[in-house]
Design a protein around this ligand. Structure first.
Ligand SMILES: Cc1ncc(COP(=O)(O)O)c(C=O)c1O
Length: 398
């Protein structure tokens, strides 16, 4: 391209689709509740597909290229993305494997480093499927709750590691980085401390980094495998959250240098699980979807500010700290005195669907999770409905 032609700017993907268009969608977010409910719950985004992704899918369909996945293009695109975005050049393609999706990848990694009945530590409140998937694979979930500031409480983590790290069991730690639901971006120092504790107590770390591309302006994501001592960790990454590809399943498992032998034991058939079209879509997203991602992240920055303003204005008793990552807002509704499950009240009386905090484990009661990956208009309408759910006295509860 000649130098004086600027690259086309990409408009905010969060402002592209009307409510009418979104209601034609058939996915979980849009079909679980009746039509009069505004859904801002499950982690789907109200965006059109990024053009490079749409093109990759169209090309595959046009060619009938819908067979089984093959090769390392996805891992190569991820390694390149990690170098450019996070300044990390340690993602070695030969220490990666494609897996069906992040949650099934987590299950496979936990099978590699722990055994039946072994403890898996999580930082509650945390993404509810952590409890379900880990429980269903015959491991025991052990909570190390986050601190009141939403950050990993390293003292609590050490206590829990000390408890689970004794005996013959092979304990593991399922790190959510960035953290869902709080959106916390763990710092390099915190992660290095985690790695030191894991080493001291013989705990293996599996890091879920699915939200890593979705950082706010000014924040920097740090890959767990890049920190000192993180070399025997395993991480799961994908383009699913940042490009809204949950319907195009595929993820990458990455081993640090000292976990390469573990990943080498991954059964070959696990790599048959991801969708080939999914792999193509994720690869295109990571390789060519950078400008779209930047436009999305800028839109999310705006939405966080908007939500903070709207809540301050019409629901000042709700505590909200705009997060450094993810498109999720974790709202402390305890001062509203709606009990443990304010989401049920917002749904019933306000006709707005948010996630209840309860399934997120200890620390979730009285909270709701709101999905910010929608238009400013729908966020405004959601807050209007939340306030309406509380009736005219809501504004007085300061
Ligand atoms: C932390 C976290 N991990 C995993 C997932 C699901 O990923 P996948 O669909 O690839 O299993 C989500 C989805 O919201 C998530 O927030």
């Amino acid at each position: 391209m000649p130098r004086d032609i600027p690259a086309p700017t990409i408009v905010n993907p969060l402002r592209q689709l009307s409510l009418e268009q979104l209601r034609r969608r058939t996915s979980m977010k849009w079909r679980t509740y009746p039509e009069d409910v505004l859904p801002l719950w499950v982690a789907e985004m109200d965006v059109p597909l990024a053009e490079p992704v749409a093109q990759a899918v169209r090309d595959a369909v046009a060619l009938g290229d819908t067979g089984y996945p093959y090769g390392t293009a996805y891992a190569e695109a991820l390694a390149d993305f990690a170098g450019k975005r996070w300044g990390w050049d340690g993602l070695a393609v030969e220490r990666t494997a494609i897996v069906p999706d992040v949650m099934l990848g987590i299950v496979e990694m936990l099978k590699l480093v722990s055994g039946p009945g072994d403890p898996v530590v999580v930082n509650s409140p945390v993404y509810p499927p952590f409890y379900q998937f880990v429980g269903n694979m015959d491991r025991q979930v052990v909570e190390a709750p986050l601190g009141a500031d939403g950050r990993i409480d390293l003292g609590v983590l050490e206590d829990v590691f000390g408890r689970v790290g004794t005996g013959a069991a092979r304990p593991a730690y399922l790190l959510c980085s960035p953290h869902n639901p709080t959106g916390t971006v763990h710092s390099a120092e915190e992660l290095a401390h985690v790695a030191a504790l894991a080493e001291r107590y013989g705990v293996r770390v599996v890091a879920d980094e699915i939200h890593a591309p979705l950082v706010a302006a000014g924040a920097s994501f740090v890959p767990y495998l890049s920190v000192p001592g993180g070399g025997n960790g395993l991480a799961l990454l994908s383009a699913t959250k940042a490009w809204n590809l949950a319907g195009l399943k595929a993820a990458v498992a990455v081993a640090g240098p000292d976990a390469a032998d573990d990943l080498a034991r991954l059964p070959e058939e696990v790599g048959h699980g991801p969708s080939h079209v999914g792999v193509l879509a994720h690869t295109a997203a990571l390789r060519d979807g950078g400008a779209w991602l930047d436009a999305l992240c800028a839109g999310l920055d705006d939405n966080r500010r908007l939500l903070a303003d709207l809540l301050a204005e019409s629901l000042p008793a709700v505590r909200y700290e705009p997060a450094e990552a993810t498109f999720l807002a974790w709202l402390d509704c305890r001062a509203l005195e709606l009990g443990d499950d304010p989401a049920a009240v917002f749904l019933e009386r306000g006709r707005v669907a948010l996630n209840s905090g309860i399934p997120f484990g200890t620390g979730g009661a009285g909270f709701v999770r709101l999905n910010l990956a929608t238009s400013p208009e729908l966020i405004t309408e959601a807050v209007r409905r939340m306030a309406a759910a509380l009736g005219p006295t809501a504004l007085d509860r300061r």
